[in-house]
Ligand binder design. Structure first.
Ligand SMILES: Nc1ncnc2c1ncn2[C@@H]1O[C@H](COP(=O)(O)OP(=O)(O)OP(=O)(O)O)[C@@H](O)[C@H]1O
Ligand SMILES: [Mg+2]
Length: 372
């Protein structure tokens, strides 16, 4: 849908190749190669210190790469300064000018670019309308809530009609409810304008909610790249599986294969089938999401049944939507089942510490991960 007064340049793609940054002798970003399609929103997600912000700052031109290249719309911009890259930025500390009105804050970037008043006005109005702040144009930032200030900062970032929008923990300062509604709002605006965007966050829900693709970073490197669903349901490594959502890990040994399935005996007891044709690996690590696990009293189960393991209840934690049942297997690893609480009743009363249970899950819930 066209936005009157705010013409966005055709979306540009972004390519990073072998992007590397050393601070002294320590490597903050280590050979990052990534293509971001025109109009796509990609989230860089990873633990503190893994190199997300440094990567974003190299894309922006605020940090000079030690090695590698940044290409925007097919042009190499690696050594072009930030003000010549036509990039819109939104950071956690939005730093509006306190003595300028909302409209003046948004107009600032256009004035710097030498636009005339008559050209600035409709663009500022359109940008403020887009973030639903049209009526606040004359207020000072101090008379706005945190969420409204961050919307002004977003309007300021998009009013210059950037070819790329970079967001670094843009909602970190906001409380949870506001953050969730702003996530949806920013995503809608990004899609509506068709603007290519890179979002840095350490909040997995934010990444899953907002991005077309999620990039998991670890120690300056890319660990896995995929759609939110791919990253969640097909994590490549133990690190990814435990960083995105919760996961149980089970060690096992492959006992047989047939028809694209492998039969695995779990170290902690029990046997499961995996939809995996197998290779030369014998010892495997399986990830099972806690919400995929069902529990039943052990005495109701046929001895030696396939698809689960016996366990002992160690702790029962009521969490509102779900009850988390922490279990002990013969394996040393912790294991947890998330059981939904139905309206008005809690599953908590059904289990007590020390109960012997049968924990089971479907073969499709078994996902093989690399142990790293
Ligand atoms: N200007 C700098 N000088 C020296 N070291 C730096 C500098 N900026 C970042 N680093 C280091 O580089 C590494 C990556 O930092 P970066 O800010 O990119 O992490 P991050 O993934 O954004 O983390 P966070 O989630 O905490 O914001 C860290 O070890 C950090 O201490
Ligand atoms: Mg950071």
């Amino acid at each position: 849908m066209a936005t009157p007064g705010l013409a966005v340049a055709p979306a540009t793609d972004l390519a990073l190749s072998g992007l590397t940054k050393l601070f002294g002798t320590s490597t903050a970003v280590d050979g990052v190669t990534l293509r971001i399609r025109a109009g796509e929103m990609v989230a860089l997600l990873g633990p503190s210190g893994c190199g997300k912000t440094t990567t974003l700052r190299m894309i922006a031109g605020l940090v000079e790469p030690t090695e590698g290249d940044v290409m925007i719309g097919g042009s190499r911009v690696t050594h072009i300064p930030v003000h010549r890259r036509n990039i819109g930025m939104l950071f956690q500390n939005y730093a509006l000018f306190p003595h300028l009105s909302v409209a003046e804050n948004v107009a600032f970037g256009l004035q710097m670019r030498g636009l005339r008043k008559a050209a600035i006005r409709p663009r500022v109005e359109a940008a403020l309308a887009l973030v639903q702040l049209g009526e606040y144009a004359d207020r000072l930032p101090s008379a706005l809530s945190g969420g409204q200030q961050q919307r002004v900062a977003l309007a300021r970032a998009i009013v210059i009609e950037p070819s790329l929008l970079l967001l670094d923990e843009p909602l970190g300062a906001l409380d949870r409810n506001l953050r969730e509604s702003m996530q949806v709002e920013i995503r809608q605006i990004q899609k509506r304008l068709g603007i290519t965007a890179v979002l840095v966050t350490h909040d997995q829900e934010e990444a899953l909610t907002m991005a077309d693709r999620v990039v998991i970073m670890r120690d300056g490197k890319l660990e896995q790249v995929g759609t939110p669903q791919e990253i969640y349901s097909r994590p490549a490594t133990r690190f990814v599986a435990s960083f995105i959502g919760a996961s149980n890990f089970l060690r096992g040994r492959v006992e047989g294969r047939s028809g694209g399935q492998s039969l695995v005996r779990l170290v902690g007891g029990g046997r499961v089938e995996i939809p995996w044709p197998g290779d030369d690996r014998k010892d495997v690590l399986i990830s099972v999401r806690p919400e995929a696990v069902a529990l039943a009293p052990l005495d109701e189960v046929v001895p030696g049944a396939l698809g689960g393991t016996s366990a002992t209840v160690q702790q029962v934690v009521y969490k509102g939507q779900a009850t988390h049942i922490h279990l002990r297997l013969d394996d040393a690893e912790p294991f947890v089942a998330f059981l939904p609480n139905r309206q008005g009743e809690s599953i908590s009363q059904s289990y007590a510490v020390g109960d012997k249970v049968w924990a089971s899950w479907s073969p499709q819930s078994n996902w093989l991960v690399a142990d790293s």
